[in-house]
Design a protein around this ligand. Sequence first.
Ligand code: HSE
Length: 337
Amino acid sequence: MAKTLGIIGFGTVGQGFLEVLINKNKEFQNITGETVRLIGIIGRSKGSIVSENGFDPHDAITCIKRGLSLNQCFPELKRMDVLEFVKNLKPDVLVEAIPTDLENGEPAFSYIRTALELGSRVVTANKGPIALHYEKLKNFGNNLRFEATVMSGTPVIGFIKENLQGSRILEIRGILNGTTNFIIDQMEHGKEYSEALKEAQKRGYAEANPNADVRGLDALAKIVILTKVAMRYPLSINEVKVRGIDTLTRKDVLEAKKQGKKWKLVAKVSNKDGKISASVAPVMIGPEDPLYHVSGTLNGIVIKTDILGEVFLKGPGAGRLETGYAVFLDLIKVLKK
Ligand code: HSE
């Protein structure tokens, strides 16, 4: 029987995920041996539709592309709020992709916890609840997946969890925010800060509130998540020193360029004999550093382990289909037998 699927939040990530699922449906079925029935999309501005019998994902995407709300396109379907949907329909898998809240992780945290308690598996793209409440959720084990929270579709969480097992991770240093990396790049090419930020928003890289990007809070949430996964340490966001790129001027950027260097917003955590310390700050680096070569919206991460030394991973850090792919990947993992 088809597995039932609900999507909470139908913005860039929710839609990107559904598009990937549509385009990769054959691969999805081959890998998991499962089919899915989409029984609900609960959005805010895009409307909310619920049908136990399911509806066509393609029609939902087409509707939004025509600039309509889901309720205009499917007037015959029920509307529900998130908790009503989670409690009454208990989907096999809930995909949660509402805008993040980095102060208390709500309301996403309550949605995720309720769904897990009721037996749904949850795939979230939401940084707030994981950075702030991971300790309260980790007992649900692999029924909760959150690959999309860090480095978009570049599978760093899976890489650490599955491919570095048994390693002791000594340090992580990374460019974890695509928007700021893109802005700095654009400034190197002569654009003004505000112009570059506008472009990042237009392309769907920036957060709903771009202050989270430019003040370093998005990178902060990501380094906290990585610390929890890689070092199994319950790092609090208050323990991390944070500075964003909002203090960086075009003059700073051009000066670095003259010296053959670049400014990068670097998030870092190190484990020195059990003492964990983390920071987020703009750092000027030269071409000898692998992070120097991470440009545009790409993200990059250097993971230092006891046996392997440095492992470097580079890939997309933001974007509609890229982040949608991370959610798709997690959907495969939660359903794969
Ligand atoms: N605003 C985020 C970034 C999106 O620019 O990296 C991906 O988390």
